[in-house]
Design a protein around this ligand. Structure first.
Ligand code: ZN
Ligand code: ZN
Ligand code: ZN
Ligand code: ZN
Ligand code: ZN
Ligand code: ZN
Ligand code: ZN
Ligand code: ZN
Length: 1807
């Protein structure tokens, strides 16, 4: 370590330090005296010189002095500790900044803003509470211990203990120096702040940042002080709030010019702190008498709020500068850290309120308003969440007045003239939504503070009692009334789509609706009636002002709509609450009829516009208008927008004349012209294609209006239930999406509202939970809720669904699901059902008038007309129209109105009176209409008919005249206008009001009738009932579909009618009519009894047939398509199943059949590209579609079968040394240090860590076809997820991912037989034959002579295999790139694939051939390709291991040169590797007898190795015991040993192997461990035999695996005697003297170092596992989210964990990037040979990296509702889903990530 300071300097510094210390001690003792004047003087002098604000703040000398002075003789650290021991705080108060992870518990919270630090949360008891974890956005502070904000039950252990009571009081002299020094220190900071400040418009804001940076150490020091706890905070509070100190120090000393100058600076900054600048004030002051109204609402305000600030203490000025400097983080933290001091908290809150207007003014000017907003709220939420404090400042500091004033002030800065209604003369002003203030939501801190304080009952009461405040508030709300006006574009598409609408919706919701909901929560009981009355009064007043200002009388300006009517909505919601909760009489809150008529116009216009927008009448306004229509009904807005609007319209409908209301509706929807009985009509307002949707819209609206009960009588529970049911009916929902979709008001989603049902209870009542499952094909399902069957049956409400749908398709989806339910339950099986009719909750008595809508002649005429038109198939009628008409009829039948005699007696003067006698629907139903007069164009068919002159007889003529008189014209428009006139007249005479503007009355005259219309009379002779019956016939396509007696049959089962189609609906209506009225019943029977001449339907039959046919054809086409799709899906699925190795016995059998056929004849392959079938030939080879991937799965296996545990504390660690990969590396390295390199490379296998795994989907193709396929892919630009350049493609048939083609060996039907011939040759003969064959190595039959296409392709695939893995996994030898390396790599590929297959089979072969893993194997083909490649190498016969395996050499093979190392002794060689080497290097095809011979000879070696390894484990004593043969005699094992000259070998082995071991061995345990040692070799041999010769694998119990395998390989008699225990030695088969051979082998290892390690091998590995994860995600999150990366020592922004090895990495971090590769990708290459499985800590999601691609896999952690919580947004507790994790592990082990996961993308090394 090198010191940078010279010794002299150090000494000086030390001296200076000691000097400070002693000075401090000396001063302190002086000050402690009774006469301390000299001490005080000395201190002041010292401070004068030290704390000089003219010195740059970066010079920390002053700071050091302060620290020393306040600490006294002890060091500062020591001092801190001492002071902290007097901490009496009972609150936690920990302050945090953005991104901190904190908790919120709704069960414990009193204020919704309550939050806890992780420590306090974990130390408290919140089991079963409604809590969540969240990432702080604005920063916050821990509320633990503050009973104002949270319930004491939630306090943590520490803060529940009220530590304050046990703390001793502070000794007087401890903080004496602090009290004297700190005031000076603080004024010094203030002077720096004053000096550094310049008005932002005069200089760059960067200067402010610079000042702050320089002050950093000083402010940090202040912050440190606050952390000393309560004692120091008390001192600081005294200093900060003392007025005298401030007075004394603020001005600075008289003679100090510097101080004076910056005091001036301060004063000028103060001057502009008011809302109204000094100059403005002078102006308005002068102008006030004359132009008072022009200054707007602000004129009403308390001027003191607008004034400049005056300061009386340090705290005030400090806050002032904090604001001016736009809330520097450190200052904010300091101010907040002080809050646990109660005195401070009160003073600070007052100061904050005093500066409130100034804060908002600064915010509006700020360039960084987002950051500043967060900091403001960070502070304000701490102050205003506390009810006592909020009430206190409301009472003493006019907080409410200030807030409302500032809100008005803010909004006034962006007002524009409203263009609604009267563009020129409007006096109304609205906010401009394109202003930054609204677009950026700058007002939110203010609004959120306001909402926060209104949540306190005491504060809200103050607000509601203060009339002038209410008036101000209403004028504030009216700034939003009519904002963001839309004007329908009629000719051209808008040039650019304005995006202001979102600002408008957000503003109405946040600034108007939220405060409204806040106020409403305090108006819930009778006692608060007065509040509601006042609000309603001011609402109406303000509405009246608004109508006047925009110049609205009764006609709307055309083609305009605004979605923003907050005044209407305030009025509506207060009305609703008044009736529902406060028992107020609705009548007393309603205005006169005229006002009601006006009030209804704008909400109704919105409803009509919604319909217009969906009918594409607003297309030219762009997509944004649809956005508005959707937002208006969307779950976060609907409570505050569409629901109040509908309610208000219901109120109006219940009070206004129903005929007037109904005609208004149709007029507003522009469908009046359509409502004629004539077959042709003109429509001036709509295009032809818009008529149908608009008519449907109007009728649907009427149905909603008359059936919706949300504010008309439903209890909160019922509403919640209905909302839930409608959302669930649209789609199955996850818990969180359902929570999001249920509107917040009136039911808060969480927590239990007294007297109402909780969300969870309700959910379990209406829905079933579908647990998350993993679907085939890889999509991960979440836990879902689906409606219970009885909900579909009884509660599905299509009207509620329509009301709540944002996307139109959701209505269809609900209907499809409903019809699926009916089909499944057998309730309705033919055709498509109609939306079910649902009975409604009775209306609250106040709203009874609403039912009159259903009982008015106008509606009945419309219904009659529409029924008639539908029957006659007039244009633009639809099933939906009929459905809605029927719905209206049924509603009318179910909601009867008591006949109001008074009304009925009124002289009939209405033109429609002749249609129906009364208003009751029930009696009008059977009323027959005979003639109707219509106005039609001259070209209409009716006209032609009438052209023929009427009959000349006088009787007929008079009859006709009669008809004319009876027939009536009906005009909706005329009707409405007449009505309006009548009401206006009445009210104006009654109330003798001021004269209405007469000019408008001229507009009420109906417009001139188009001249080309003529009046015609239609003969009808129908009643609604008869039309219904005719429609029934039409729908059922049967004449006389209803017999005369059907009514009697009907009554049997009334429930039958609940579900069904249109026919059912009509029957239901007829039944209801019949049961409720005798006359109707008689009428129905009469009509049904009549045999209808088939005239009417026939006349229309062509068209009817056409439409029916069309419908039917469409239906059939749909069904056909669905069937096709289903077939296709099932086909796809079966592909997937076979590809995914799903166990399915059927396919298994088929495969086996195929396999046996293959043996009989030449193998034929189907090409999946050209479809031809044929053999694979040298010229035109066929290949298997394969995926080559590097794998490290084998290398990650461990000894133990238990997965390693993911560390979650610092103590836990994972050691990688015991993995298979590491063990093999160590062994090879050890061998290489003793033996010849080339020999080492033949004695082991590699590929554990970067081996190449070959997989196929089983499909084959011509290799030339594949080439052209790849060419076509290359040209296809849309290929995503894989790169053609790297040879990647998807199988043309099954779409499985692949990257190479493995050529198939040409057919071999003739050889097959000889291959399998049982051999009777003696082993010695076979050994010789093998030796001879190996001699041929050099001259391979196919070699170099001709280069066929096949051999070329084979070399290509070898290249592909090599390119699949990294260089370092191929070069294990000392000479990189040498043939030895290549040789090792090649045979290891075979080994890797065999070993992986074993793993997939569960680690053994006990399940025989039944495992699915073999189905898709391509090992046979792979072996062939490898063998073709290996022929390039030859093994020098001198080193041929075969000789050493089968012969006792005459000469010791240590003939090597001195400079060369010896060859690897046989006992160290790996038998499976040798077997593979032999098989691959011998001439192909290899006969089975030779293969068996190889296996036998190698078994001898394997067994000897087993013995050697075993004896190496013996203790010397044991070795001794075993080698003295006498003791062995009683064991049967011994006899085997006698038979083979084993004992001597054993003795031999034991002699030179020395090792200590205390284990005690028995013959059984010896046999067991020998078998275990040999088993891996047997398994591999057996598997190889299975693949090369197609032998079936026979299963066996696990304990008999050894004998089973030995039998399979022919090492044993095929029929082993079950009675005798099996001995491994019986498989030995020597061709030479076993003793000699073994002695030879043993002698090779004698005297070598490390023999021990190399002999005792671990050959058995447990199956591979991912790390074991804890159950609770929090365990992982808490440890890792703040853990530092081991590489860069920083806490990563996106931490991730490798689930294979537990390595902690920085995802995407630049910090850990090397060679342009980020850490995750880098790790995936080194840990997983390019496959990586990472858990993203902050997202709880798993990401998979595979080569150059990656995908999000999903999460293995789910919440209590079976849902993922990506990015931890909801922060609910998450638990390990074991099934999902198993699936993940299985995909890793089976290398199927590429196939199962679909959404891959390139990562560009950036993860
Ligand atoms: Zn805490
Ligand atoms: Zn606590
Ligand atoms: Zn709790
Ligand atoms: Zn082909
Ligand atoms: Zn395929
Ligand atoms: Zn790893
Ligand atoms: Zn890192
Ligand atoms: Zn890093």
């Amino acid at each position: 370590v090198q010191s940078h300071t010279s010794p002299e300097c150090m000494m000086a510094a030390l001296l200076l330090r000691r000097d400070k210390k002693s000075t401090a001690a000396h001063l302190k003792s002086d000050l402690n005296r009774t006469d301390n004047s000299s001490g005080v003087r000395q201190l002041q002098e010292l401070l004068d010189s030290v704390l000089n604000p003219e010195k740059p703040p970066a010079d920390t000398e002053a700071l050091d002095w302060c620290k020393c002075l306040i600490a006294g003789e002890e060091g500062f650290e020591e001092f801190c500790k001492t002071v902290r021991s007097y901490d009496n705080a009972t609150l936690c108060g920990l302050v945090w900044t953005a991104n901190f992870v904190a908790y919120r518990c709704r069960t414990c919270g009193i204020s919704p803003c309550m939050s806890l630090c992780a420590e306090c949360f974990n130390n408290g008891d919140h089991t079963g509470h409604d809590f969540n974890m969240f990432r702080s956005q604005a920063g916050g502070a821990c509320d633990c211990g503050d009973s104002n904000v949270m319930r004491e039950t939630g306090f943590c252990r520490r803060h529940r203990l009220r530590t304050g009571e046990n703390v001793p009081s502070v000794p007087r002299d401890l903080l004496l120096m602090s009290e004297m020094v700190l005031p000076r220190f603080i004024i010094c900071i203030i002077q720096y702040l004053r000096d550094g400040y310049t008005e932002p418009d005069t200089s760059a804001e960067r200067d402010l940042q610079k000042v702050l940076q320089q002050l950093e150490p000083q402010i940090t020091f202040l912050e440190e002080l606050t952390k000393m706890g309560g004692a120091m905070r008390t001192v600081l509070t005294k200093i900060l709030t003392n007025q005298q100190t401030f007075k004394d120090l603020s001005m600075g000393q008289e003679e100090n010019v510097f101080a004076k100058k910056n005091y001036e600076n301060y004063l000028s900054a103060l001057k502009n702190s008011g809302l109204v600048s000094v100059e403005e004030k002078a102006q308005t002051g002068a102008a006030e008498p004359t132009q008072g109204s022009e200054t707007g609402a602000l004129g009403l305000l308390d001027p003191s709020i607008m004034d400049s600030l005056k300061h009386k203490c340090f705290l005030e000025e400090l806050l002032f500068w904090t604001i001016k400097y736009e809330f520097p983080q450190k200052m904010v933290t300091f101010l907040l850290n002080m809050l646990p001091d109660q005195d401070y908290k009160i003073t600070f809150t007052k100061t904050f309120v005093q500066h409130y207007a100034f804060i908002m003014k600064t915010l509006m000017k700020s360039q960084e308003s987002d950051t500043m907003s967060n900091r403001i709220v960070h502070i304000s939420v701490q102050l205003f969440s506390n009810e006592d404090l909020a009430r206190h400042v409301t009472e003493e500091c006019q907080l409410l007045d200030i807030m409302v004033t500032v809100l008005l002030y803010m909004m006034e800065s962006c007002l524009i003239k409203s263009e609604l209604q009267d563009e020129e003369n409007s006096r109304h002003v609205v906010v401009n939504c394109s202003e930054a203030l609204l677009k950026n939501n700058t007002y939110w801190p203010l609004v959120s503070d306001f909402i926060n304080i209104l949540s306190h009952q005491s504060v809200a009461k103050k607000f509601l009692e203060d009339h002038s405040l209410l008036m101000l508030w209403m004028s504030f709300v009216s700034f939003f009334q009519g904002m963001n006006l839309n004007k329908r574009e009629l000719s051209e598409h808008v040039e650019f789509e304005s995006q202001t609408y979102y600002a408008a919706f957000a503003a109405e919701l946040e600034a108007c609706a939220q405060p409204m909901w806040g106020l409403l929560t305090h108006c819930k009981v009778k006692e608060t009636q007065e509040y509601t009355k006042t609000v309603v009064r001011y609402c109406l007043e303000t509405l009246q002002i608004w109508f006047d200002a925009i110049g609205f009388v009764d006609e709307l300006a055309p083609n305009q709509v605004t979605f923003h009517l907050p005044l209407h909505r305030y009025y509506a919601m207060f009305l609703s609450k008044a009736v529902k909760c406060q028992g107020l009489d609705l009548e007393s809150l309603l205005p006169d009829q005229e006002m009601l008529m006006r009030i209804m116009v704008h909400p109704l216009q919105i409803q009509a516009s919604l319909s217009e927008i969906h009918s594409n009448m607003w297309v030219r306004n762009g997509l944004q208008i649809k956005g508005q229509a959707m937002t208006y009904v969307q779950s976060h807005f609907c409570n505050s927008m569409i629901d109040p609007d509908i309610f208000l319209l219901q109120v109006c409908a219940s009070r206004l004349d129903p005929d007037y209301f109904i005609s208004s509706v149709f007029e507003r929807f522009k469908v009046v012209d359509l409502l004629t009985m004539a077959s042709v009509h003109q429509n001036t307002a709509l295009d032809g294609e818009q008529e149908r949707p608009m008519l449907e819209g109007a009728l649907t609206f009427l149905v909603i209006l008359s059936s919706l009960r949300i504010h008309l009588g439903m209890a909160d529970d019922e509403i919640l239930r209905a909302e839930m049911v409608s959302q669930l009916c649209m789609n199955d929902r996850t818990h969180s999406s359902l929570l999001d979709l249920i509107p917040e008001n009136p039911n808060p989603k969480s927590g239990i509202v007294p007297g109402s049902c909780s969300f969870e209870e309700m959910l379990s009542a209406v829905a079933d939970f579908k647990a998350p499952v993993f679907e085939l094909g890889g999509s991960m399902q979440q836990g879902m809720y689906t409606p219970k069957a009885e909900v579909w049956e009884k509660e599905f409400d299509p009207i509620m669904v329509i009301l709540r749908t944002v996307y139109r398709r959701d209505v269809q989806s609900a209907m499809d699901r409903y019809s699926a339910f009916l089909k499944q339950s057998g309730m309705h099986t033919t055709g498509n059902p109609w939306p079910p009719y649902k009975e409604r909750t009775p209306l609250h008595p106040c709203y009874k008038g609403l039912d009159r809508l259903l009982h008015c002649k106008t509606l009945h005429i419309v219904i009659f007309t529409l029924l008639y038109k539908i029957w006659l198939d007039h244009s633009n009628m639809s099933e939906h129209v009929l459905c809605m008409v029927l719905y209206l009829i049924e509603l009318g039948l179910d909601n009867q109105v008591e006949e109001d005699k008074g009304d009925e007696v009124r002289p009939s003067e209405h033109c429609h009176d002749s249609w129906f006698p009364g208003t009751n629907l029930l009696s009008n139903l059977h009323h027959v209409i005979n003639y109707v007069r219509v106005r039609v164009p001259e070209t209409a068919p009716e006209v032609k008919r009438e052209r023929e002159p009427p009959a000349s007889t006088s009787a007929e003529a008079s009859n006709f005249g009669q008809n004319v008189r009876e027939a009536q014209v009906f005009s909706l428009v005329a009707e409405r206008r007449r009505k309006f006139q009548e009401i206006i007249n009445r009210s104006s005479t009654e109330a003798s009001q001021a004269v209405r503007p007469k000019s408008s009355s001229t507009r009420w005259v109906p417009p001139g009738t188009p001249p080309q219309l003529v009046t015609e009379i239609l003969e009808i002779h129908e009643s609604m009932l008869s039309l219904l019956i005719k429609l029934h016939q039409k729908l059922s396509a049967k004449q006389n579909s209803l017999s005369a007696t059907w009514l009697e049959d009907m009554d049997a089962n009334p429930n039958r009618h609940a579900h069904g189609d249109g026919i059912t609906a009509i029957e239901r209506i007829l039944t209801k009519a019949a049961t409720r009225s005798h006359q109707s019943k008689r009428s129905i029977q009469e009509i049904c009894g009549k045999v209808f001449p088939p005239v009417a339907p026939k006349k229309n039959s062509p068209t009817a047939k056409k439409t029916m046919d069309k419908e039917e054809r469409r239906q059939r086409a749909r069904e056909r398509q669905q069937k096709l799709l289903a077939e296709f899906a099932s086909r796809q699925k079966s592909f997937m199943e076979t590809a995914m190795d799903v166990e399915s016995p059927d396919t298994e059998a088929a495969m086996d059949l195929g396999a046996s056929e293959v043996k009989e004849s030449e193998v034929l392959y189907d090409c999946v590209i050209c479809g031809q079938s044929g053999p694979s030939t040298e010229d035109r080879p066929t290949g298997l579609v394969v995926l080559l991937q590097a794998s490290s799965v084998l290398g990650h296996r461990c000894k133990s079968d238990e997965a390693k545990k993911l560390p979650t504390t610092d103590e836990e660690r994972i050691y990688p040394a015991d993995t298979c990969g590491a063990a093999h590396d160590v062994r090879l390295a050890l061998m290489q240090s003793f033996f010849k390199d080339s020999s080492c490379l033949q004695s082991v296998s590699i590929g554990w860590d970067g081996g190449v795994y070959v997989q196929t989907c089983g499909h084959t193709l011509h290799i030339d076809c594949h080439k052209s396929y790849m060419e076509s892919l290359r040209n296809d630009q849309v290929m995503q997820g894989f790169s053609v350049d790297k040879g990647e493609f998807t199988c043309p048939l099954c779409r499985q991912f692949a990257n190479s083609v493995l050529p198939c060996r040409p057919g071999r039907s003739t050889e097959v037989v000889s291959w399998h011939m049982p051999s009777n040759k003696k082993t010695s003969v076979l050994v010789k034959e093998v030796e001879d064959l190996q001699e041929q190595l050099g001259f391979f039959p196919v070699s170099t002579t001709t280069e066929s296409n096949l051999s070329k392709e084979m070399e290509l695939v070898i290249k592909d295999i090599k390119n699949t893995t990294q260089r370092k996994y191929m070069d294990y030898g000392k000479n990189p790139g040498s043939p030895d390396n290549d040789f090792l790599f090649m045979y290891s590929v075979a080994r890797t694939n065999l070993e992986l297959e074993l793993v997939h089979r569960g680690g053994n072969l006990c399940s025989g051939g039944a495992s699915g893993a073999a189905k898709r194997s391509c090992l046979n083909q792979l072996f062939h390709v490898l063998a073709m490649h290996m022929r390039l190498y030859s093994i020098d016969s001198a080193y041929n291991p075969w000789t050493r395996l089968t012969q006792v050499p005459c000469v010791v093979p240590y003939s090597c040169l001195d400079d060369e190392r010896p060859e690897v002794p046989m006992l160290f060689r790996d038998c499976p590797s040798l077997l593979i080497i032999f098989v691959l290097t011998m001439p192909q095809p290899l006969r089975k007898e030779h293969f068996i011979c190889l296996v036998r000879m190698l078994y001898n070696l394997q067994y000897t190795q087993a013995l050697a390894a075993l004896s190496a484990k013996f203790s010397p004593e044991e070795r001794q015991a075993w080698s003295t043969s006498g003791t062995l005699k009683k064991f049967s094992l011994f006899f085997y040993m006698i038979n083979c000259p084993f004992n001597t070998i054993c003795a031999l082995l034991l002699c030179f192997l020395s090792q200590l071991s205390s284990s005690v061995w028995s013959p059984q345990s010896i046999e067991y461990s020998l078998q275990q040692f040999c088993l891996p070799y047997l398994r591999l041999s057996c598997l190889l035999q299975h693949h090369l010769y197609g032998d079936n694998l026979s299963g066996c119990p696990e304990e008999e695996e050894f004998s089973g395998l030995a039998g399979c390989l022919g090492l044993l008699d095929p029929a082993p005697q079950p009675s005798n225990p099996m001995y491994s030695a019986s498989c030995l088969d020597w061709t030479v003297s076993a003793f000699d051979l073994m002695s030879q082998w043993c002698s090779e290892v004698t005297g070598l170092a490390d023999t021990q390690t190399l002999l005792v091998q671990d050959l058995q590995w447990a199956s591979p596992h991912l790390l074991h994860l804890p159950d609770n995600y929090n365990t992982i999150f808490q440890y890792y989210h703040k853990k530092a990366c081991t590489a860069c020592k920083k806490v990563p922004k996106d931490p991730a964990l490798c689930l294979v090895c537990g390595t902690f990495v920085c995802l995407k971090g630049l910090c850990c990037k090397q060679h342009g590769i980020c850490e995750c990708v880098w790790h995936s290459q080194h840990c997983g040979a390019a496959t990586g499985i990472f858990l993203l800590i902050n997202a709880s999601v798993i990401i998979i990296i595979r080569g150059h691609r990656f995908c999000l896999w999903g999460s293995v952690y789910l919440d209590a509702h079976g849902e993922e919580d990506r990015d931890l947004r909801r922060g609910k507790p998450l638990f390990l889903c074991v099934e999902r994790y198993r699936v993940l592990e299985q995909q890793w082990v089976s290398h199927t990530f590429d196939h199962i996961n679909k959404r891959w993308g390139p990562h560009y090394n950036g993860l």
